[in-house]
Design a protein around this ligand. Structure first.
Ligand code: AMX
Length: 433
């Protein structure tokens, strides 16, 4: 067994025993109450699932195994310019330990060794019109590899419950290794006339992904390390993570559960917001006829968007109540590496203008930017203006978190998820009580 798998197995086995004992001895303990308002507003804040890899604090933002984004940037083994490697985050999410540089290098090599994408995936993708939305291609590409599922095969052969996690681990590692190649293939067929670029296994996971997309710029490699790290996980209740968790709880294999979650990520209120942000900015620039709009011009355009009954993409959050540290870390990156970009200046001006405009509506719980408010401008700067592809980048990263969490779920023996729904008659009756 490789070091990561062995470390995980040791930790998971003892936690499994501990959790079983807690469930038996304290399972009846009441820990929260639920209001009608929560039931009627998308289950906001209801504690109803266990998720090991990260936890979201409304004010601090995401903490991966207890570590905030600034701490992650300090602690994890990094690339040459200091940005953390997502390999290290994956290790941390699985084991709770900060890996050494050697452990991260081993994981990079392990993923390279698993990264061959089966031909049928390319054949299926090539059968789609090249202008099929990249997120549709991504989920189809993932599903086209499902026949390789080790979990599926071993389950059919009579896999014991205690070994579920082992087969899910193998599928998850294979999927994570393959996702950048599938994503890069989609990008190059959609936007670069199908001129594909072979992987370079001398590079780390992020730099190789950047290379296959078509950039060997060292700053863009650093951006990819940061990007793939900060988008990976946002606790379990967000739509993509929760979808993966729900589908996997039926023992659908990691290919099926990840594809399901990617469809959730493709919604404009969730991951697709990263394309919507840059689309909205481009439309604003077009409509105002200037690449350097003033704050006053932006304020007028924001108001127009709100008056048309639309949301301002990249702003607001179901849980966060402060500027998203994932936004702030991208801003710091831009301050450090990018000089004189009109587009990035515009993103920062929008940051000054939108929060008061949303606050003035009196109903928006969080007027601050989320992760998607900044990412597009960085990608445009490095030569990737094709915004319909952006959610695929998010998806490659999100795969790391949700698949790591999925390995934990099977190792902890989590059952089929099945919360209770209620009807409007029940709600009316409760309201009268
Ligand atoms: N622009 C305009 N109105 C907004 C708004 C925004 N950015 N954010 C929230 N509102 C509105 C809601 O639409 C809702 O209006 P309604 O009562 O008329 O239906 C009201 O404010 C209250 O909403 P909320 O409780 O503050 O937010 P929520 O938890 O229901 O929704 C979210 C959260 C993210 C869907 C919402 O803020 C939004 O639509 N933002 C824009 C899309 C976006 O950026 N999504 C990406 C989120 C991060 C991610 O998942 N990648």
């Amino acid at each position: 067994m490789d070091t990561l798998k062995q470390k995980f197995a040791d930790k998971a086995l003892s936690l499994y025993t501990e959790m079983r004992a807690i469930s038996k001895e304290s399972g009846d303990k009441v820990v929260a109450e639920v209001t009608l308002g929560q039931i009627m507003s998308g289950a906001r804040g209801i504690k109803m699932m266990q998720w090991e890899t990260s936890e979201l604090d409304a004010n601090v933002g995401i903490r991966f195994r207890g570590r905030s984004i600034p701490e992650i940037k300090q602690l994890l083994p990094s690339g040459p310019q200091g940005e953390p490697k997502p390999e290290g985050l994956f290790w941390l999410m699985l084991t709770g330990e900060v890996p050494t540089k050697e452990e991260v290098d081993q994981l990079t090599a392990d993923w390279h060794g698993r990264s061959e994408v089966p031909q049928q995936c390319y054949t299926v993708l090539d059968s789609l019109p090249a202008d099929t939305h990249p997120m549709t291609q991504f989920t189809i590409g993932i599903m086209a590899m499902q026949g390789d599922s080790i979990f599926d095969k071993r389950y059919a052969e009579g896999l014991s419950k205690s070994d579920y996690w082992d087969a899910v681990y193998e599928d998850s590692m294979n999927l994570i290794a393959r996702l950048p190649r599938v994503a890069a293939y989609i990008y190059r067929r959609a936007f670069k006339d199908g001129k594909h670029i072979e992987p370079d296994t001398s590079l780390d996971y992020s730099a190789n992904f950047a290379h296959m997309l078509g950039s060997d710029d060292k700053d863009f490699r650093s951006l990819m390390r940061l990007y793939l790290t900060i988008h990976a996980d946002h606790e379990g209740g967000n739509a993509s993570a929760h979808t993966v968790h729900l589908v996997a709880s039926t023992l659908a294999d990691p290919y099926r559960s990840l594809a399901a979650g990617m469809n959730a990520l493709a919604g404009p209120l969730h991951g697709l917001a990263n394309q919507e942000v840059i689309k909205w900015i481009f439309e604003m620039i077009d409509s105002l006829g200037t690449k350097t709009p003033s704050k006053e011009q932006i304020a007028t355009y924001v108001q127009q968007t709100l008056d048309e009954g639309k949301v301002i993409p990249g702003y607001g959050h179901a849980v966060l109540r402060e500027p998203d540290p994932r936004f702030t870390s991208q801003r710091r990156f831009a301050e450090q590496y990018i000089k004189d970009s009109d587009l990035i200046d515009t993103v920062w001006k929008i940051f000054d203008v939108v929060p008061p405009a949303l606050q003035a509506l009196g109903k928006v719980k969080n007027p601050w930017p989320n992760v998607d408010a900044h990412s597009g401008a960085l990608l445009v700067h490095y030569g990737f203006p094709e915004f319909s592809f952006y959610t695929v980048l998010f998806g490659v990263s999100r795969g790391l978190g949700v698949l790591a969490a999925g390995i934990w779920s099977r190792a902890l023996g989590m059952p089929l998820e099945r919360p209770k729904s209620v009807t409007s008659d029940w709600i009316k009756a409760q309201a009268k009580k």
